[in-house]
Design a protein around this ligand. Structure first.
Ligand SMILES: NC(=O)c1ccc[n+]([C@@H]2O[C@H](COP(=O)([O-])OP(=O)(O)OC[C@H]3O[C@@H](n4cnc5c(N)ncnc54)[C@H](O)[C@@H]3O)[C@@H](O)[C@H]2O)c1
Length: 256
């Protein structure tokens, strides 16, 4: 018995570090998975690596584009006939800059992908879950959705916003047996942290990592799989009484 037997899941950002690890775990546990990301080639590579056969499908889409969201939801219905789990995980870090120096376009782009993308996904998948009698919606926030982080203001604003989005959706959708939660990872060893370190100090990115590590009691970055395992728990019926909550995966960072 898999922990996600008979469940159908959409994962956005599925060609990236955390999304790809989650797709792998969900498939291992018996789910059928639609993997969504920007780039079709990257998605095909990721899907091939899953070896999931007919249980995996892909859809190239910009999650901030309302029409593209409708299309990937329709693609999931066509491929698998329903939706039980949404892992709204696509995100961008944006430009590392003090808020006063950030351009409107950079600020706006981060909100569109991280916030509008999560809301659009929720808006268009929840009705499909209602048709099936319930479901689980998981949004990837961050520890930057709990505290501030100098240089990452647009990102911080978007990640706080999705916490409010999830808590409100949890209240609105509880009567339909849909749970809505966020995952709030600390620094995870993948492309996004590499980018943040490079942007913060192009001459000495390692020094940025050293500063982050001083804030983590466990003294290391997390792994994509450690976030994927939290997503698996929230996607499964094991989390049946959890909704409107933040699930922190941060090596103790926010305990400091
Ligand atoms: N890496 C970390 O340390 C960390 C920490 C906390 C939260 N997060 C969050 O985890 C989530 C996954 O990021 P990751 O760490 O795997 O980084 P990643 O960059 O490897 O993956 C992000 C994925 O999202 C995709 N994406 C970006 N914009 C998109 C768009 N408009 N439409 C569709 N897909 C788009 C990218 O192509 C990429 O594959 C993000 O929401 C991120 O903010 C990451």
């Amino acid at each position: 018995m898999g922990r996600l037997d008979d469940k159908i899941a959409i994962i956005t950002g599925a060609a990236g570090g955390i999304g790809r690890a989650a797709a792998h775990r969900f498939l291992e546990e018996g789910a059928r998975v639609l993997m969504v990301d920007l780039d079709r080639d990257a998605l095909e590579d990721a899907a091939d690596a899953m070896d999931g056969g007919d249980d995996v499908a892909i859809a190239a889409a910009d999650v901030s584009d309302p029409d593209a969201v409708r299309r990937y939801v329709a693609a999931c219905m066509d491929a698998f006939g329903g939706i039980d789990v949404l892992f709204a995980n696509a995100g961008i870090e944006g430009t590392f800059s003090p808020l006063t120096e950030l351009s409107y376009e950079d600020f706006d782009r981060v909100q569109r992908v991280n916030l509008h993308g999560a809301w659009l996904a929720l808006k268009h998948t929840a009705p499909k879950m209602i048709e099936r009698g319930g479901g689980s919606i998981i949004i990837t926030s961050s520890v930057a959705g709990m505290v501030g982080s100098a240089g990452l203001g647009a990102y911080v604003a978007s990640k706080h916003a999705v916490v409010g989005l999830a808590q409100t959706a949890a209240q609105e959708l509880a009567e339909h047996n849909i749970r809505v939660n966020t995952i709030n990872p600390g620094p995870i060893a993948n492309r996004m942290m590499d980018s943040i370190e490079e942007q913060a100090n192009p001459d000495a990115p390692q020094s940025v990592q050293d500063q982050y590590l001083q804030m983590v009691p466990m003294q290391r970055y997390g792994h994509n799989e450690e976030v994927a395992d939290m997503a698996l728990f929230l996607a499964s019926d094991e989390s049946s009484y959890s909704t409107g909550s933040l699930f922190v995966v941060d090596g103790g960072l926010t305990s400091m």
